[in-house]
Design a protein around this ligand. Structure first.
Ligand code: BGC
Length: 856
């Protein structure tokens, strides 16, 4: 339960809005009014000083380390409560089920800042209902490569998009009297060796790409907390990086909240304390009396440095103090669920829709097959600290089935049906169908290492039958298998008991492919290379039972057989197939990166489905792009769902049947091949790979994502993304016209208004994201051809058009000058581009930026 000691400050709550409690009515005053209340801020500061002055040094040190996983120390003697912190970016993880919103990358795909603020407010109220003071989100690290394990927790590749979405999200959270936490400061763009790897970039790259979202969170949204990352930045742990924490965040940006460590990311207490870290979580392992008292005594750490940290903690406790939990506060919130659904609906990106196969119509679709590993149970989010336990989650299968049943009456042709199968071939059938050339030789050794004279017998199959051996045995099966068709083969191994261990060898080589995964106790291991017809493979399974009885299985599966018989049959008897696959919380999570390929056999499953039914619609979950080469040209439609949260299935059905027109736009470029990504060669540390602090050098500099693809000097081979940044199809069409610039001659800092018209030229209502990019012509320092500087979302009825205006400021034209160590706007010609993706910018205008010295 939330600590209730909040008597000293229950009448004024400062949260970006000022809320006054008077005669049982909460009056909410806008932020502008708050800005005119310096006396409140001053009163808070007096109060902070007063509380601080009553503390001893040891009490102060106690306050800057957590007391348990989610709580800070309380200090009842000065009326300071314990602060309750909780994940996370896509829903509360406070030990109580909660609404699971779509992942932050999905939020970014909505490009809807108004909705982002509503999502933030919903999260804030969920947090408040659970007595949480500090929400550990949003995450704003920029996507460098699709394999980064936490991309789903972040907001894509563009700093402006991430900034705008994060600011709105934070304002929403903080409107509820709960502090947000922007994380992970900074350059946590890979999960490789995350406690030791150093992300290295020059200051310009950091200022232009990796810092803006943090800067905006502080300067525009007044975020209450910043979380330092695990990784090092330019060789210094984030928690010890005084340039980041003190010079930049606190001094330059004016951050007066708490800089908190990630959970166990402090490596040197005195260095972190001096560098500007304020709070070590989850425990004061280094921010402890044992470490810090001697440092204060011998002058390595000034007491004033500790005072500053305590001041920030007290200030945060005073600032973000929601009213005591109201008796009517509910842990289950229909309002939050409704926001989750809205974000999901807006976030799905339709990437391919040939022959307008979507939306599905009941006139054409009597029988719909829903097939795939992620169709049921619901896949709502990625793994790690962002996991949310929900009261309900709608799987794709249930969402589609409910929708079809509810609309059954609309179908005049037949009674609509939804048929389902996971698609996985039944392992038992595979084991039974596998033909080893001369059966399998079984050897049971009376040792734990397959040594000594075995007891040998012969088997036809290894079919999960019960095999009993003496305690302390090891078992080996050997045999050969001959490929009947040319292509890729997989071994399936059933490991009968949790603690059993096994090793699988093909032609003497152990199969340890990274694509080996576990489904229950089933392992799928791809053979390293395609086989020719007639090729013989030597197989060996070394098995170490944990018990005297085991239930092992071994089978061989040809890629074209990777589909259950039932799935094959229902796919061929259905009007269309919806494949639901992609990543989930076991295959994409913090702590490690993921593959670019879809997990485990899904490529083959999609190809085999498409061969059964040409109307196969692929829907994917995941934090970003995947390798689509194995199947994209064989399927007519592709819908990317990111991680859709608890309402995923419901939203999917509405989109598939056209009740909601897709409106998501990619917040990240989707490359064709992993090698196309400009970070491909520098994404992991160059040699020596086993160094204690491997360095990951961001050699692409500012030419990341679309900035790389569109800039000829950076991308001389003109590699094009498969689907560009900002791209997303709709069931209607839009056009752009009538670009007007408020001025074509500017001096740095002069405002510019860009006006244009968006027209819905298609048959249904829909939303378009108008994107404005700015590029300097012939820049003196290498710059991207253009960069996103503003955007807006427009909802239009068929035939309707709207004139919109976007505003550009000095920073819209600036780059970070390494020489001058400041933002610079060159006197130059700039092109203004407007359109609906980084590769589709039909409107262009030009302005001349004059030298500041020529201003009259
Ligand atoms: C994650 C943070 C999270 C924290 C607390 C860490 O492993 O990196 O993002 O907020 O755990 O759960």
């Amino acid at each position: 339960m939330r600590p209730t000691n909040r008597s000293f400050f229950t009448h004024v709550i400062l949260t970006g809005t000022l809320r006054l409690f008077a005669a049982s009515v909460w009056i909410t005053l806008p932020a502008a009014v708050l800005a005119q209340q310096p006396s409140s801020e001053t009163a808070t500061e007096h109060r902070v000083d007063d509380m601080l002055s009553k503390l001893t040094l040891t009490q102060k040190i106690d306050l800057i380390g957590g007391v348990s996983t989610w709580y800070t120390h309380a200090e009842p003697s000065i009326g300071l409560r314990s602060l309750h912190l909780s994940d996370g970016p896509a829903g509360m993880r406070s030990g109580i089920p909660a609404t699971a919103y779509p992942a932050p990358v999905a939020l970014a795909a909505t490009w809807d800042t108004v909705l982002a603020k509503r999502l933030g407010a919903a999260l804030g109220s969920d947090a408040h209902a659970r007595g949480v003071d500090i929400l550990l989100g949003p995450g704003v690290n920029i996507a460098r490569a699709p394999v980064s394990g936490r991309n789903f927790e972040y907001m894509g590749e563009d700093p402006l998009l991430a900034s705008r979405m994060a600011v709105a999200y934070i304002q929403g959270v903080q409107s509820q009297g709960v502090s947000a936490t922007v994380k992970h400061f900074m350059m946590n763009n890979q999960e490789f060796n995350r406690h030791h790897a150093s992300s290295d970039a020059d200051e310009r790259t950091m200022r232009e790409i990796y810092l803006p979202a943090f800067e905006a969170a502080v300067k525009d949204a007044h975020v209450g907390a910043i979380m330092d990352s695990y990784n090092l930045v330019n060789g210094t742990h984030s928690t010890q990086n005084s340039w980041m924490n003190t010079d930049l965040a606190k001094k330059e940006w004016g951050f007066d909240g708490i800089i908190v460590s990630d959970w166990v990311s402090v490596y040197d207490g005195v260095a972190a304390a001096n560098a500007g870290l304020d709070l070590e979580m989850p425990f004061g392992r280094y921010f402890s009396q044992e470490t810090l008292l001697p440092a204060v005594k011998d002058g390595r750490l000034a007491e004033s440095v500790i005072d500053d940290k305590v001041r920030r903690i007290i200030r945060t406790a005073l600032r973000f103090q929601p009213p005591d939990t109201h008796p009517a506060d509910s842990l289950f919130s229909e309002d939050s669920d409704a926001v989750a659904l809205e974000v999901t609906l807006e976030s799905a990106v339709l990437l391919k829709n040939e022959k307008s196969i979507l939306p599905l119509s009941f006139a054409r679709t009597c029988t719909l097959a829903v097939i795939g590993p992620n169709a049921s149970p619901a896949v709502i989010g990625g793994g790690g600290s962002a996991v949310v336990d929900t009261y309900k989650s709608v799987s794709a299968l249930v969402g589609i089935s409910d929708y079809v049943q509810a609309h059954a009456a609309e179908n005049g042709r037949c009674r609509p049906r939804v048929l389902y199968d996971s698609g996985w071939p039944a392992n038992y059938d595979v084991f039974a169908a596998t033909r080893f050339d001369h059966g399998l030789r079984q050897e049971v050794f009376h040792s734990r290492d397959w040594s000594g004279a075995p007891q040998t017998s012969q088997r036809e199959h290894l079919n999960e039958d019960r095999i009993v051996s003496a305690p302390g045995s090891s078992i080996r099966w050997t045999g050969t298998f001959t490929a009947t068709r040319p292509g890729n083969y997989f071994l399936i191994v059933h490991d009968g008991r949790v603690a059993d261990k096994h090793h699988v060898f093909a032609d003497g080589k152990e199969l340890t492919s990274p694509r080996t995964s576990l489904i229950g106790e089933l392992y799928y291991l791809p053979l390293p290379a395609p086989l020719k017809a007639g090729q013989v493979v030597q197989l060996r399974l070394d098995y170490l039972p944990n018990d005297t009885e085991v239930f092992p299985g071994l089978g061989v599966l040809f890629e074209e057989d990777i589909l259950s018989d039932r799935a094959r049959s229902i796919a061929s008897h259905s009007d269309a197939v919806v494949f639901v696959g992609g990543f989930d919380k076991t295959t994409e999570h913090e702590g490690s990166d993921r593959t670019f390929s879809l997990p485990l056999l899904q490529d083959a499953m999609i190809r085999n489905l498409a061969a059964q039914n040409p109307n196969t619609i692929v829907t994917l979950t995941g934090g970003g792009n995947v390798d689509m080469r194995p199947w994209l040209d064989r399927v007519p439609a592709l819908l990317h769902l990111w991680y859709p949260g608890q309402e995923g299935g419901k939203a999917l059905a509405q989109i598939l049947f056209g009740e909601h027109n897709p409106e998501g736009k990619l917040p990240v470029s989707f490359e064709t091949a992993q090698e196309d990504n400009p970070t491909f060669h520098s994404y992991y540390p160059q040699a020596p790979a086993n160094a204690e602090e491997p360095h990951i050098r961001y050699t692409e500099g500012v030419f990341l994502g679309y900035r790389y693809y569109v800039t000829p000097s950076a991308n001389p081979s003109h590699i094009a993304p498969r689907f560009p940044f900002g791209y997303g199809l709709s069931y209607t069409k839009f056009s752009f016209s009538d670009l007007h610039l408020s001025s074509t001659n500017l001096h740095p800092g002069d405002p510019l208004t860009v006006t244009f018209t968006v027209h819905n030229t298609g048959p249904v209502s829909g939303s378009e994201v108008a994107q404005l990019y700015v590029g300097e012509q012939s820049p003196q320092v290498p710059r991207p051809l253009f960069e996103l500087k503003s955007f807006t979302k427009v909802n239009l009825k068929p035939g309707e058009s709207r004139t919109v205006s976007l505003y550009l400021d000095k920073r819209s034209f600036a780059y970070w000058s390494l020489a001058k160590k400041q933002w610079e706007v060159d006197p130059a010609h700039f092109t203004i581009y407007v359109g609906d993706s980084s590769e589709s910018l039909p409107l262009r205008g030009e302005i001349i930026m004059h030298d500041e010295g020529t201003r009259k």
